[in-house]
Design a binder for this molecule. Structure first.
Ligand code: FA5
Ligand code: MG
Length: 417
């Protein structure tokens, strides 16, 4: 189950002549500074932690898969999960720790949001790899919001969410040291298939473990019938590197990047005696396919027509998103004292639907209390109105709402407040 939602109100942001202040933290402005108030508004939204949000459901689903797939001897999960690390990271974390060269295109001002030359809104969850490895962890998942300067259309948004997985192996965890006379390391040559430090067998087994884990994850998410394929690619922080694609509506869609962790990263993190794999996948990409969400902007919607379709769902539940009208919602509340013996909420829904017709999008019980003296119970329902073809005026909604109130009083014996 989801823990309490960690989403806070938008951060306190102030731009002064020489600093950018975010929730009391001051960043000196320099020629790298290219964040703006608009993008900083997305900090703290934490959609992946918002109960009932599709990205939160997907996060829970992936975590439960990782927990189940990798138990230790006692049956407990070996993976640790970090889903609320601060997205403001150093450029060292985002680039240097991952061996990304100084002149790599992913460092440019046109691709990233810099606070200044030393601090950045993370561009991927890989930023946290080195520090978590250095802290002694062998198996972890990082989930969170990442920021990239990009166009805005149905599949691109400057903020999206990633899940990062890292797994390290000591020699006896990768190789069967009783049966095989093998080493993790050798002083060899880098080939398209392996790093210079790894033996052929080490690289083979790591790739096999990695691909098995991710294929199982994709089958867990999309079902066993989904078509997948591996393509080779390049990342400065893994070698060899791969992308996993799934066939979706007759097109190949890239879900994730992954590979064998560059041994230099493990050396730098103070872990010279282990090897490992890592992957990074995009949550929106997956959620859009799983739930048939047509536009990436919908994830940011506060519209209850969107959110209510996921409320109360379980992480593994099959949900197909039904498109809601583009016209704005309009809501009115109705509060009343219940008669002796109470009422049935479904009667309320039926009356509201009966009187309001198609323009009623949703009815929700939003408040309920017991009067301490009179012992009378009060309920408040919120009725959300929306026309599919035009914007409703408050006046016409008001008229319908009054008729609904009168009908509720007449049919259910409630006392309007
Ligand atoms: C990375 O971000 C690497 N850090 C992934 C990685 C981690 C590789 C660990 C190796 C080891 P990339 O930029 O390709 O790679 O993004 C990874 C995934 O994020 C993509 O496969 C895609 O699912 C998602 N993604 C990338 N850009 C966008 C975007 N603009 N909108 C939505 N999802 C995106
Ligand atoms: Mg990619």
């Amino acid at each position: 189950q989801c823990r309490n939602c960690a989403s806070k109100s938008s951060p306190n942001v102030e731009f002064t002549a020489s600093t950018v202040d975010i929730d009391g933290r001051k960043f000196n402005r320099d020629k790298w500074t290219n964040v703006n108030p608009n993008i900083l508004k997305y900090l703290n939204r934490n959609l992946h932690l918002k109960p009932g949000h599709p990205l939160c459901l997907l996060r829970e689903n992936i975590i439960s898969f990782m927990y189940k797939s990798f138990p230790n001897h006692a049956g407990n999960p070996i993976f640790s999960v970090f889903d609320r690390l601060n997205p403001i990271v150093t450029t060292k974390q985002n680039f240097d720790s991952l061996l990304i060269p100084q002149d790599h295109p992913s460092r440019t001002l046109s691709d990233c949001y810099y606070l200044n030359k030393d601090f950045i809104l993370r561009g991927h969850t890989s930023s946290h790899q080195e520090e978590l490895i250095a802290s002694g962890l062998d198996s972890f998942v990082v989930m969170g919001d990442v920021y990239r300067r990009d166009e805005i259309d149905a599949s691109h948004f400057p903020v999206f969410h990633q899940a990062e997985g890292v797994r390290l192996f000591a020699k006896h965890q990768l190789h069967d040291i009783d049966k095989e006379k093998v080493e993790l390391f050798e002083n060899g040559k880098r080939t398209p298939h392996k790093q210079e430090h790894h033996t052929e067998l080490t690289s083979d087994k790591l790739q096999h473990e990695l691909k098995t884990c991710l294929t199982k994850l994709v089958h867990h998410l999309f079902g066993n019938d989904v078509e997948t394929r591996w393509t080779e690619t390049y990342f400065p922080f893994t070698h060899p590197s791969f992308e996993l694609e799934v066939k979706f509506q007759d097109k190949w869609l890239e879900l994730l990047g992954c590979g064998v962790i560059e041994q230099q990263i493990l050396y730098n993190a103070g872990v010279p005696d282990k090897v490992g794999w890592a992957f990074g996948l995009g949550l929106e990409r997956i959620a859009m396919r799983l739930y048939e969400i047509p536009d990436i902007r919908l994830f940011w919607s506060n519209d209850s027509g969107f959110l209510s379709q996921f409320q109360g769902a379980t992480p593994n539940q099959k949900i197909t998103y039904k498109s809601v009208s583009q016209y704005p919602q309009c809501f009115n509340d109705v509060s009343f004292w219940l008669p002796e013996g109470g009422i049935n909420s479904s009667d309320v829904y039926e009356i509201v639907r009966g009187v309001g017709g198609d323009i009623v999008e949703q009815v929700r019980l939003v408040d309920e209390f017991l009067h301490p003296k009179t012992k009378k119970r009060s309920q408040c329902f919120r009725i959300i109105y929306r026309h599919m073809e035009r914007t409703l005026t408050q006046a016409e909604v008001g008229k319908v709402h009054e008729r609904i109130k009168a009908q509720l009083a007449a049919d259910l014996g409630v006392t309007l407040r």
